[in-house]
Design a protein around this ligand. Structure first.
Ligand code: SF4
Length: 215
């Protein structure tokens, strides 16, 4: 196995600039209206395709409109709306528990602080960052999903496979003005060019900078 090559800061910044300018119009991929819908959609999306979540949320959000609706939901009934997502039963439990806590502890309002979001069942740092950025426009960090993990390694931005360490590595390299969309830029690059099994390095805009770790 070849040795991992970490990109030096100057090259990393250049690669990030090129990627950012290549995918200027990317945006968050789950459909939602307000913090509650984003919280629910983000919990449902773990290890599930965004398209599946986007297909089922319109009906779900027609039936369940408030924190109270979710906190008092009958688990089997709620499950019938979301059964196509992976780990649906667990996610239903998390959504109901989250909304109970939000009702009791936060007066029915989705919290907008990292530590408060992290205290909710089913909410990890990726989801908390996603909610802060997309529902509250608060940019504290970079959401780290599977695309960020894979591409950060290939491009030589982080050697780690642990999301928290990757986020810290990225925060040291990526200009803060790009944090908000960085995960969505990498996801788009992964879909279009740096694909999982067969990355198209020959047409990649950062091919002269990227060390192509593990490719
Ligand atoms: S497609 Fe190849 S050159 Fe481009 S980012 Fe992926 S591994 Fe690097």
């Amino acid at each position: 196995m070849t040795e991992f090559i970490l990109l030096d800061k100057q090259k990393a910044e250049k690669a990030i600039e090129i990627l950012e300018s290549s995918y200027r119009n990317v945006k968050y991929y789950l459909n939602f209206n307000g913090p509650l819908q984003l919280l629910v959609a983000a919990i449902l999306s773990a290890q599930t395709k965004d398209t599946v979540v986007n297909e089922l949320t319109p009906e779900l959000f027609k039936k369940y409109r408030t924190v109270k609706d979710f906190s008092e939901a009958d688990p089997q009934k709620l499950l019938s709306y979301v059964k196509r997502v992976s780990f649906a039963e667990n996610k239903v439990k998390h959504i109901i528990s989250c909304c109970k806590i939000i009702s009791e502890k936060y007066g029915g309002k989705i919290p907008n602080k990292m530590d408060e979001l992290l205290s909710l069942p089913g909410v990890g740092r990726k989801t908390a960052n996603t909610i802060l950025i997309n529902a509250f426009n608060i940019v504290e960090g970079i959401p780290v999903d599977t695309w960020v993990i894979k591409l950060s390694y290939r491009i030589g931005l982080s050697k780690s496979n642990k999301p928290d360490e990757i986020e810290n590595d990225l925060k040291g390299i990526v200009n803060k003005k790009y944090w908000k969309n960085f995960a969505y830029v990498l996801k788009e690059h992964g879909h279009r060019i740096c694909q999982s099994t067969k990355p198209k390095c020959e047409i990649c805009p950062i091919k002269d900078l990227c060390p192509k770790n593990g490719v």
